[in-house]
Design a binder for this molecule. Structure first.
Ligand code: MG
Length: 343
């Protein structure tokens, strides 16, 4: 049995424009790209470490250095892969590193059969939900220009959580009447404030509101759900291990990101459980290339919403092949594995 050869490289993904949310601002994101090669076939994975969850490119590469890649040769299915990754993980192992290993193995496995993953996973069509295109917080006139530059997308996600949110929404509405999703990134401080903002937004063709208040504010979030006239979506409130019934008490939608949940196999299970509890599912992303977003798009084939625009926000995408159709739906390619190829 030949052995897998693992290689990884940290690469700075450059944002086309400074990206600001209620907590922070940035110009680039350092992601770690993993390749797994065996029998002349290479599978690719990507980790987008998030400092909010204590991850860094260094903690990802440390995990890769310690990981027994030679054991992958004995792996033949996703369950055994999940078990191996679990055995090699501590409580603080970076989720983004774990999913990168899983991603690379899955990509290799599908390529070894020369089949696209969407077909191997039982889908008849590689088209997923409509993806939103994110507009970060900026001066009103800059946000307007960002929207005009992205006029091909049918739905925008607008980042809020400032002390002048209405001014920003008014500016947005001067240039577009398309539906928008609002992401407060925990920016509102009380039920009263959130309710006032949501009532205002409901008159502004807003489809949903993501993470209105801090993830720690369980009681307040549950109270907000009772009165909110717009669907609420959990993002920071769901990092992967929270009780879904608690999420369902506070939200209508759950945003699952592969980099948070740390496993594509687990994401698929959580989607099923969430649906059983009446939650709708959004598949979101971090700042990622077309590779990790293709993995997200694959999982999103079972979801109601997609927010898979990370690769659209950067100027130096490392992969190609993930498409956003004219109607905004995200579409995987017909090539083997995730269907993306290295540039
Ligand atoms: Mg969010």
């Amino acid at each position: 049995m030949s052995a897998f050869k693992a290689d990884w490289q940290t690469k700075s993904l450059e944002l086309q424009q400074v990206f600001t949310i209620s907590r922070s601002s940035r110009t680039h994101q350092q992601n770690v790209f993993l390749s797994l090669s065996k029998d002349g076939i290479t599978g690719y994975g990507e980790a987008s470490p998030n400092s909010r969850y204590g991850e860094s490119p260094e903690s990802v590469t440390r995990f890769f250095k310690d990981f027994p890649f030679e054991k992958l040769s004995g792996i033949g299915d996703l369950d055994s892969l999940e078990n191996l990754i679990r055995e090699c993980s501590g409580h603080d192992s970076p989720q983004s590193a774990k999913v990168a290993i899983e991603m690379a193995w899955i990509d290799w496995w599908a390529k070894s059969q020369n089949e696209p993953l969407w077909r191997l996973w039982g889908h008849s069509d590689p088209k997923g939900p409509v993806t939103s295109f994110t507009i970060g917080i900026d001066k009103p006139e800059v946000m307007q220009q960002k929207i005009l530059n992205a006029r091909q997308y049918p739905v925008y996600k607008i980042k809020l959580g400032t002390d002048h949110d209405r001014e920003l929404i008014e500016a947005v509405r001067e240039v577009t009447d398309k539906p928008i999703r609002v992401d407060a990134n925990e920016g509102w401080k009380s039920v009263d404030q959130a309710l006032k903002e949501i009532e205002y937004l409901a008159d502004q063709n807003v489809e949903l509101v993501e993470q209105p208040m801090h993830a720690f504010m369980h009681a307040e979030l549950a109270e907000l759900k009772k009165h909110s006239v717009l669907p609420l979506c959990a993002d920071e409130s769901f990092t992967g291990s929270e009780d879904l019934s608690e999420i369902a008490a506070c939200f209508h939608i759950i945003n699952i990101k592969l980099m948070k949940i740390g496993s594509m196999a687990k994401a698929r299970r959580v989607i099923k459980e969430a649906h059983k509890m009446g939650l709708m599912v959004m598949i979101g992303c971090m700042i990622e290339s077309s590779l990790a977003n293709a993995a997200g798009a694959l999982v999103a084939l079972d979801a109601e919403y997609a927010d898979l625009d990370g690769h659209l926000l950067i100027s130096n995408d490392v992969f190609r092949g993930l498409e956003v159709l004219e109607n905004g739906r995200i579409q995987l390619a017909n090539g083997p594995g995730f269907g993306v190829t290295k540039k």
